[in-house]
Design a protein. Structure first.
Length: 169
């Protein structure tokens, strides 16, 4: 690896980085290795609100909902479903109870224009549907706390669709 004395300073999306000269002609090296080893400081340039709104809408149109993992267990009087919902608030989440199943999702919260080095998940755009065992479905309760969605499907039966917004922060 080249050392900092053979490098040049460049600005990339508002971030000053020091990279070896060969990285300037080989973008894959610049993105994968050298940028993280030569960061000098952050710039002050921030995207405008309109750019963030436009980028979020564009990402939401193109993305597939992220299927979240769940833990499901029975408690006294309810089927409890716990799912990670990082970076969203209760107002972003909707839970629907149908006869025999429950569906929950969160809209994409923000997708500001960024050039990621690694990009594995979005801030929202989560969705999951779970089959509900017979005997559950009388009502549904939900809360979002510390990045987790907890859905409680109460004992009983329903023939209607019930939609709720979770409580919490």
């Amino acid at each position: 690896m080249a050392d900092a004395t053979d490098s040049k300073s460049v600005v990339r999306k508002g971030v000053w980085v020091r990279v070896p000269p060969r990285a300037l002609t080989q973008p894959s090296l610049y993105r994968g290795v050298y940028a993280s080893n030569y960061v000098l400081g952050m710039g002050t340039e921030q995207p405008r609100h309109e750019e963030v709104v436009e980028s979020t809408a564009d990402t939401e149109r193109k993305m597939q909902p992220q299927r979240v993992p769940v833990n499901v267990y029975e408690s006294a009087g309810a089927l409890v479903i716990v799912a990670p919902f990082p970076a969203v608030t209760a107002s972003d989440v909707t839970v629907e109870l149908y006869p025999g199943r429950v569906r929950f999702w969160a809209r994409l919260r923000s997708a500001g224009p960024r050039e990621y080095l690694i990009h594995e998940w979005e801030y929202g755009g989560y969705e999951r549907e779970i089959d509900v065992p017979r005997g559950y479905g009388g009502a549904v309760e939900a809360s979002v706390t510390n990045g987790q969605l907890v859905v409680r499907v109460l004992r009983g039966e329903t023939s209607d669709t019930v939609t709720v917004k979770p409580t919490g922060g």
